[in-house]
Design a protein around this ligand. Structure first.
Ligand SMILES: C[S@@+](CC[C@H](N)C(=O)[O-])C[C@H]1O[C@@H](n2cnc3c(N)ncnc32)[C@H](O)[C@@H]1O
Length: 395
């Protein structure tokens, strides 16, 4: 039996806050959800299954396939356990590998040390079997081995993604404070928008939310945009079945959806970058772009989702100006977005208070180290005459 068809545990990592959406994705692809942590969800399957997962998962960062799990207390024990694994069966001649690690054990206070021990175990094993050292380094564009060592338990995985899945390959021009692609996908999924009604995205920046929305509405696999993954560099990788799978998944996508996607930004440069990124992602013809102040964004009357990711400011002067911006977002919601679900993604809750509307739902996400909220506002039809600026549009 080839190691490609052997079942094992698969851990899919993600940003904190994302597991509920990742769980839904995993289940809807027909995989079991075995457990979920703060920043990962565990399922099971074969190495072959990771091809599909890498292509289809939108909100996960890395698809880790468990190779071995063992008890280990010290770095020397780790080395011994690692060098017992038959790496020569997995790593081809003339290949290259890198090791990443997460280490939480009292005997090691610098995870780089565990990394080196793990790498040495692999190199020495292969040298003994082949008489030649394999190439290794820090590049993650070929085979990536991931070590997870917590307490007395060491787990060795293949990081089948290689580079993280947030690197979809379409964001050639990232601009200032872009949202990670996988997080943007989770935010779109959290809004519930999937192609019906309109997706209005003022302050679109480099276009990540609008592009992810288009990919979701079309049912296009985000992984099709990339051509390199960690699993491709393992022995016995089936190039032809990979091509068949890609073709099949490509054919399953739709070529239209009912709603409209409108993305605007005050910066001409941002809109130009967003357009180019959308073009690279192959979705530019599904997004209507415009340069304007957010308050001038055209909002079609038939409802949908309106979503903004304003800056949240680090310096005092910036925050002072942003107070006014957040207040104006509240006015924009009330005046122009009736019948919509409004969303603000922000890392500054004090600023969010300036919006002045009742928050109907708040979802915590982490944008890197920053704790953020996706705030939801139900913007019901009809404003109250006379006091519309003060009156929040609430149930
Ligand atoms: C945090 S960035 C958005 C990042 C975006 N989500 C991405 O992934 O690239 C905020 C954006 O708001 C834009 N912006 C700031 N003030 C604006 C205004 N008054 N009207 C429209 N856009 C504005 C900025 O040009 C910037 O592109």
């Amino acid at each position: 039996m080839s190691f490609w068809t052997k079942k094992s545990r698969i851990v899919i990592t993600c940003a904190k806050g994302v597991p509920p959406f990742l769980k839904q994705e995993i289940s809807s692809l027909g995989f079991p959800v075995l457990s979920a942590g703060k920043a990962e969800v565990e399922t099971e399957g074969t190495l072959e299954d990771t091809l599909r997962l890498n292509l289809l998962i939108r909100t996960g960062q890395r698809i880790l396939f468990l190779l071995e799990s063992f008890n280990t207390k010290t770095p020397d024990e780790l080395y011994k356990r690692i060098s017992r694994i038959s790496w020569e069966d997995y790593i081809p001649e003339d290949s290259y590998f890198s090791v990443t690690s997460s280490v939480y054990t009292p005997t090691v206070n610098d995870s780089r040390f565990a990394n080196v021990k793990c790498k040495d175990g692999i190199v020495d094993r292969i040298k003994e079997k082949r008489g030649r050292r394999p190439d290794s380094g820090s590049e993650r564009n070929r085979i990536v081995v991931h070590l997870y060592w917590k307490g007395n338990v060491g787990q060795v995985f293949f990081d089948t993604s290689g580079e993280p899945l947030s690197k979809r390959g379409y964001r050639m021009i990232p601009l200032k404070a872009p949202m990670q692609e996988t997080l943007a996908a989770a935010v779109v999924l959290a809004s519930g928008w999937a192609g019906e009604g309109n997706f209005v995205n003022p302050m679109c920046g480099s276009g990540t939310l609008a592009i992810e929305a288009a990919l979701i509405a079309l049912g296009r696999a985000p992984g099709l945009l990339r051509s390199n993954y960690g699993f491709m560099h393992l022995k016995e990788f089936g190039e032809s079945s990979w091509k068949v799978l890609r073709r099949k998944i490509r054919a399953e996508a739709k070529d239209r959806f009912n709603g409209r996607i409108i993305a605007t930004d005050i910066s001409q440069q941002a809109v130009e970058a967003a357009k180019k990124n959308a073009m690279t992602a192959g979705v530019d013809r599904f997004i209507e772009f415009g340069v304007c102040d957010f308050s001038q964004t055209p909002v079609p009357t038939n409802g949908g989702v309106v979503i903004l990711n304003p800056e949240y400011g680090e310096r005092m002067g910036e925050i002072e100006n942003l107070r006014e911006t957040y207040k104006k977002i509240g006015d924009f919601f009330k005046k122009k977005c009736q019948g919509y679900k409004g969303y603000i993604f922000t890392g500054n809750l004090d600023l969010a208070k300036k919006v002045g509307l009742r928050i109907d739902r708040r979802i915590t996400f982490f944008n890197g180290p920053i704790e953020c909220r996706l705030l939801e506002y139900d913007l019901y039809e009809g404003t109250r005459k006379g006091d519309e600026l003060q009156a929040p549009i609430i149930k």
